[in-house]
Design a protein around this ligand. Structure first.
Ligand SMILES: *[C@@H]1O[C@H](CO)[C@@H](O)[C@H](O)[C@H]1NC(C)=O
Ligand SMILES: *[C@@H]1O[C@H](CO)[C@@H](O)[C@H](O)[C@H]1NC(C)=O
Ligand SMILES: *[C@@H]1O[C@H](CO)[C@@H](O)[C@H](O)[C@H]1NC(C)=O
Ligand SMILES: *[C@@H]1O[C@H](CO)[C@@H](O)[C@H](O)[C@H]1NC(C)=O
Ligand SMILES: *[C@@H]1O[C@H](CO)[C@@H](O)[C@H](O)[C@H]1NC(C)=O
Length: 423
């Protein structure tokens, strides 16, 4: 009896240990219905993934009654900007709020990392007021501290703190800033400007632009190889492919759905592309090292070089290698794999038109060619599969962890059972 109880305990511990620890803001807020509007918008804008992918963060939540009247009428892109101002890239719990040096500080928010926050718009002013009150407001000069600290909701020191403030922080102009409707965006013009002229010409000449445009409304993510990527050795001669194959290749460079960088970082499962369907899986997996995200096709890796556009429901990234689906260019276990583009690096950095969260990466562009940076801040071995490990199972980390957990359990169980039998 005692032995089987401890066996169960062992199983429970082993199962818990197999779970990768990281915070999940949706889960943290699910027992607080008073913040359900805030939480729903975090999910719709994918800001939840951005929060989950960051190590040190404070989320300033606002109760439904104070938030809904201000947000509900606006398009999701505006809501995303406003909520980004409520995600502070530092850890503030009540104790730290009352220890702000000189009683006032400007703290960086997620909005600042979008690269299109002029002046002080991307910062919040946190001021320790008289009588233990802490005020919050936009850092734009002339703004009032219109919101104040109400209570601490939940915290995991010193990773994430969720605190309630009395009213949303509405920076001047943030609600009226022109929010280009996704259907107004000229995708080809943006791609040309971002140094992806070859790709832009290909999607136009093959009519794939029409498919992209009709997909935008439901959410679309485009990975556009830059012009250098098409000049790299190992890039297949497109004139040798059938029209249908070229179209598949181009559709493979887009995902159905809005998938900003934070979502790419937190997605462990293979992601379907527009090419996914009857002709094959045509999926992509991602790995992350710090701020750098690498896409894996099964044939070779490609680094996400820059954010060209992140405007719900459309995200456009430039990537530094053409994405070669294994369905067209050799399956992993195939006896004669297609030439690895890995062995033919294209060291030319891509054109970086604007600052972006990605551009803040420890210089993934200037760094050595295709191998993803091997230093992983979380110290997780999974985040740094070598470029050569392309053939490994997608999502092998989670599988690996669980598998080794299972093996450990199996060994323990076997040992215990045999000791039971012996006694
Ligand atoms: C986060 O938590 C929510 C609610 O518990 C769950 O539905 C979701 O799958 C979780 N996300 C991740 C990435 O684990
Ligand atoms: C605090 O205020 C003093 C005097 O005004 C100034 O010299 C110092 O730099 C301030 N410290 C911080 C952290 O802002
Ligand atoms: C924050 O706002 C208050 C009130 O407007 C202002 O007095 C203070 O100087 C601001 N703090 C900083 C660091 O700018
Ligand atoms: C904070 O994050 C680290 C790294 O992910 C983790 O090991 C630690 O347990 C977390 N702390 C809390 C309180 O969750
Ligand atoms: C989009 O931009 C391209 C290239 O700059 C241009 O040729 C095209 O006419 C534009 N389309 C629209 C609808 O404005």
């Amino acid at each position: 009896m005692a032995a089987s109880k401890s066996l169960l305990l062992f199983l429970a511990i082993a199962a818990t240990a197999a779970i990768v620890s990281a915070h999940n803001i949706t889960d943290m807020l699910k027992d607080f219905p008073q913040y359900s509007v805030f939480s729903n918008y975090l999910q719709q804008t994918r800001l939840a993934d951005e929060i989950n992918s960051r190590q040190t963060i404070t989320v300033l939540v606002v109760a439904n009654g104070a938030l809904s009247p201000i947000l509900d009428k606006h398009p999701l892109s505006v809501i995303k900007n406003l909520l980004s101002l409520h995600i502070v890239l530092d850890y503030y719990d009540p104790a730290k709020l009352h220890k702000i040096s000189n009683g006032t500080t400007l703290s960086t928010t997620l909005y600042q990392t979008t690269g299109h926050a002029p002046g002080n718009l991307g910062f919040v002013n946190i001021t320790d007021l008289q009588g233990g009150k802490v005020g919050f407001g936009s850092a734009v000069p002339g703004s009032k501290l219109e919101s104040s600290y109400t209570k601490s909701v939940v915290s995991l020191p010193y990773n994430i703190s969720v605190i309630e403030i009395s009213a949303p922080i509405v920076a001047q102009g943030i609600l009226t800033a022109p929010a280009p409707s996704a259907s107004d965006v000229n995708i080809t013009a943006l791609l040309e400007k971002a140094g992806c002229k070859t790709f832009a010409a290909l999607i136009v000449s093959n009519g794939v632009i029409k498919t992209y445009e009709s997909a935008v409304e439901k959410g679309l993510t485009i990975f556009a190889p830059n012009d250098e990527a098409f000049k790299a050795d190992g890039v297949p001669d497109l004139s040798k492919l059938t029209n249908a194959e070229v179209v598949s290749l181009l559709l493979y460079h887009a995902l159905p759905g809005y998938t900003p960088i934070g979502t790419l970082k937190t997605t462990k499962d293979p992601i379907n592309t527009l090419a996914t369907g009857s002709a094959g899986k045509f999926d992509i997996t991602t790995t992350t090292a710090g701020d750098a995200v690498t896409l894996h096709t099964g044939v070779g890796p490609s680094r996400v070089a820059d954010t060209v556009l992140d405007s719900t429901p459309l995200a456009i990234f430039s990537v530094d290698s053409v994405l070669l689906p294994s369905e067209l260019f050799g399956k992993s276990p195939s006896p004669a794999p297609a030439p690895e583009p890995v062995s033919s690096p294209s060291p030319t950095p891509s054109v970086a038109p604007s600052p972006s969260p990605i551009a803040k990466a420890p210089s993934p562009l200037a760094a050595s060619p295709p191998a993803p940076p091997s230093d992983t801040p979380e110290g997780s071995p999974a985040n740094a599969p070598s470029a050569e490990a392309e053939t490994s199972t997608p999502g092998s980390f989670a599988v690996g962890v669980k598998a080794s957990g299972m093996v450990a359990v199996a060994v323990i169980a076997t040992t215990m059972i045999s000791s039971l039998l012996l006694s």
